[in-house]
Design a binder for this molecule. Structure first.
Ligand SMILES: Cc1cc2nc3c(=O)[nH]c(=O)nc-3n(C[C@H](O)[C@H](O)[C@H](O)COP(=O)(O)O)c2cc1C
Length: 466
């Protein structure tokens, strides 16, 4: 918190305080939230009846118990060899007991140099048995809480962190192309080498090997992570890159689609999908899904083409996110308070929520046969099911996924089913505490609702570098 005296002296701090105050959540009553949406000129989907979220839904050949999903949320709590740690196990068994129909496991590195932090999950031949234990415990927790008929879909997100790699705690960026804005953020200059085509081809094989291990461990499927500016996501925007993986859309999609197709062919028992960025907000020519003339607007032509290709390549579902969290965090993660030392949200968080809903909605309406998991609901607190159900009723999303809310309120699905609504006092409050922990390399979780386990350092360190 900025001391008042300092804030008076420094106009920038003053405006940060004003922004924080303006963005404070004052919408405990549904009417207040809906009135704010109206005041801001936003079309907020809404339904008073949340039953659609609790009904079973089809994804490919399987039926999920409901339309509620836990989004991938890394928490920096793996063992040094990449195996799930005790708190990893705690998180997933809590999600499973909490009743969500889909649990999308967090970013899991396929190579040591592609880890985003030294305690990120990393799946390899030497620790696959530990992942089997995690899957079994997760399934068991779901069965114990909800009976044998309740089978959540378990998907593992496979990643190379690319530009944001920090395998030993300091930056070791692996970049797909140069982007002045992001190069500055990770401290590389124009001479820094980009990953070669040969290395990308080798990475396709490594992804395939990891998908085999994931299937052996018992996951239902894998996600070739292509969101938030990590390596495969950055490739989607690599217009200035020469060679097989840059330039035209066909080339830029090659890494993701080839990897998906090889997993589909070689690991037929596994479902394969991707969490994609449909809009990263970066200016042309460096952005994906951004309008060429005005990057503050989305142009979904290319993301739509990508999702169509994914569908044709055998993906039975997609997951859509936006933004690059180290650059414009408010895009993908609408928040009330920023990570200390970072800028406040330049817009009302509800504007960000509705941008996410609209982007997912436009894509889902264009692809009614491909179930999409929607993102960005946590800021809505206990109202998120009404907004999610409204979007489902309009055909603008198939599964409603929450990230920070799952840290705060792992049994949200149970409460919705059993109590007909959520408890405001168990909900995420978009305080950025979990992000702050992750950025500083500490085990991440909810510092408000799970504070017995997760606490912020007494004195906030300087803004953690990407
Ligand atoms: C601490 C933290 C960890 C995250 N880890 C991942 C991850 O592993 N993979 C991923 O695709 N997104 C990750 N995200 C993004 C979330 O999945 C989600 O897109 C974002 O928080 C917005 O959704 P929400 O409003 O429901 O939280 C993470 C976000 C946070 C705050």
């Amino acid at each position: 918190m900025v001391p008042m005296a300092d804030a008076r002296r420094n106009p920038q701090m003053m405006s940060n305080r004003a922004a924080a105050s303006e963005n404070r959540f004052r919408f405990r009553e549904a009417n207040a939230l809906r009135a704010k949406a109206e005041e801001l000129g936003l079309d907020l989907p809404w339904s008073d009846d949340v039953a659609s979220l609790l009904e079973p839904t089809r994804v490919g050949d399987v039926t999920l118990p409901n339309r509620l999903a836990v989004q991938p949320m890394e928490a920096c709590d793996a063992e040094p060899d990449g195996s799930p740690g005790a708190h990893t196990l705690r998180r997933y068994t809590r999600y499973a007991a909490g009743g969500a129909g889909l649990i999308w496991f967090e970013a899991t590195a396929v190579l040591p140099e592609g880890r985003a932090n030294p305690r990120q999950l990393y799946l390899h031949e030497g620790n696959a048995a530990e992942f089997t234990r995690l899957v079994r415990a997760t399934r068991q927790a779901a069965h114990d809480a909800h009976g044998d008929d309740h089978e959540p879909l378990l998907i593992l997100q496979l990643t190379h962190s690319g530009r944001w790699s920090k395998p030993s705690g300091t930056r070791q960026p692996v970049i797909a192309h140069h982007n002045p804005d992001l190069d500055r953020l990770v401290g590389v200059n124009a001479h820094y080498p980009v990953i070669t085509d040969d290395e990308l081809e080798a990475l396709e094989s490594t992804m395939l090997a990891a998908a085999r291990l994931a299937a052996r461990a018992g996951f239902d499927g894998v996600d070739v992570k292509s969101c938030h500016g990590y390596l495969a996501s950055e490739l989607l925007a690599a217009r200035t890159r020469p060679g097989r993986f840059g330039g035209s859309l066909l080339h830029r999609m090659r890494f993701l689609l080839d990897t998906i197709r090889s997993i589909r062919e070689e690991v037929p028992t596994s479902l394969v999908t991707s969490r994609i960025n449909a809009y990263d907000g970066l200016p042309h020519p460096f952005g994906f899904g951004a309008d060429e003339a005005d990057s503050s607007r989305a142009d979904l032509t290319e993301p739509l083409a990508l999702l169509r290709e994914m569908e044709e390549s055998g993906c039975p579902l997609g997951n859509v996110s936006i933004g690059v969290p180290y650059w414009r965090p408010h895009l993908g993660r609408p928040f009330d308070r920023p990570v200390p030392g970072s800028a406040p949200s330049p817009e009302h968080p509800l504007v960000g929520v509705v941008r996410l809903l609209r982007i997912v909605g436009e894509l889902q309406l264009a692809l009614p046969q491909l179930p999409l998991v929607g993102t960005g609901y946590s800021w809505l607190r206990h109202h998120f099911p009404n907004v999610g159900a409204g979007a489902v009723e309009r055909g603008e999303v198939s599964l409603v996924g929450v990230g920070r809310m799952a840290f705060a309120y792992p049994d949200f699905a149970c409460d919705l089913r059993e109590k007909g609504g959520l408890d405001y006092l168990k909900s995420c409050c978009a305080c950025s505490g979990c992000t702050q922990l992750l950025r500083s390399g500490d085990e991440a979780g909810c510092v408000v609702r799970d504070r017995g386990l997760y606490r912020l350092p007494r004195k906030p360190r300087a803004a953690p570098a990407p």
